[in-house]
Design a binder for this molecule. Structure first.
Ligand code: G3P
Ligand code: MG
Length: 247
């Protein structure tokens, strides 16, 4: 019988810090998520032009900052001056883009867990995977629980695996493409993190049978959450920190 990989993480994970209640991927969002009782967060990490790992979802700056163009084309000095809060609401006006280092300090100081989604600017998959894993290994050195590194990009996970083989990895899938589970196994993943609508009894058994955990994103509906819990899945990433209790 296959043994499931150890899983030190809470079941509930706050997406981008606090879902939609605060500007995504800002420190203000993670603080708000924590104030709602969440003890694990998902964030999106990418590289600045000069190699600083910072948090932002989109490749381009327009939606969530007052900047323009591709975030990864700019040096951190320029990115650090942007307003990543005003787009959301006046309460968060002036909130800056954070570095992964700053979020790590917040999580480590409070004993919070983190899922770092490696979100490369297109064309930088391997470089981003390696840089995120290298930095995470440095920041979490000696910590009781390492962060979970995840990505939709196998190339990014392969680079992370090379740099920090012991750091847990999760393959993100939005569809069950040919060979998804074999790829997750080949990358030494501890989990498959799937669009929640993809899970059913048979593939949960298949993933668990391979010793991996089953996580879901982005679950905002109570019926969907109940279904995933009944299936025996292991983790739920949600925007609705105001609806679901993380306890
Ligand atoms: O990591 C889970 C989820 O965040 C993946 O999709 O587009 O919200 O980053 P996205
Ligand atoms: Mg994400």
């Amino acid at each position: 019988m296959t043994t499931l990989t150890p899983w030190p993480y809470p079941r509930w994970v706050a997406h981008r810090g606090a879902g939609k209640l605060a500007p995504e991927n800002t420190l203000a969002a993670f603080r708000l998520g924590a104030a709602h009782g969440y003890r694990m967060f998902e964030c999106d990490a990418k590289l600045s032009a000069d190699g600083v790992v910072f948090l932002m979802h989109d490749a381009t700056l327009e939606r969530t900052t007052n900047g323009h163009g591709t975030g990864g084309d700019l040096p951190w000095q320029t990115l650090s001056q942007l307003d990543a809060g005003s787009w959301h609401s006046r309460t968060f006006a002036g909130e800056p883009l954070p570095t992964l280092r700053a979020l790590a300090h917040f999580c480590l100081a409070n004993g919070h867990h983190l899922n770092i989604e490696i979100k490369p600017t297109p064309g930088t998959e391997a470089a981003t995977g390696a840089a995120v894993a290298r930095l995470a290994a440095e920041l979490w050195q000696g910590a009781p629980v390492p962060p979970l590194l995840s990505s939709f990009k196998p190339e990014a996970l392969a680079a992370a695996q090379q740099v920090a083989p012991d750091m847990p990895r999760g393959l993100l899938v939005d569809t069950l493409w040919e060979g998804w589970l074999d790829k997750a196994k080949a990358l030494g993943c501890a989990a498959v993190v799937a669009n929640h609508s993809l899970w059913h009894t048979a593939n949960v058994a298949q993933v668990h049978g391979a010793g991996l955990r089953c996580l879901s994103y982005t679950v905002n509906d109570p019926e969907a959450a109940e279904h995933l819990l009944a299936l025996g899945t292991d983790g739920i990433i949600t925007d609705r920190i105001d609806l679901f209790s993380a306890a």
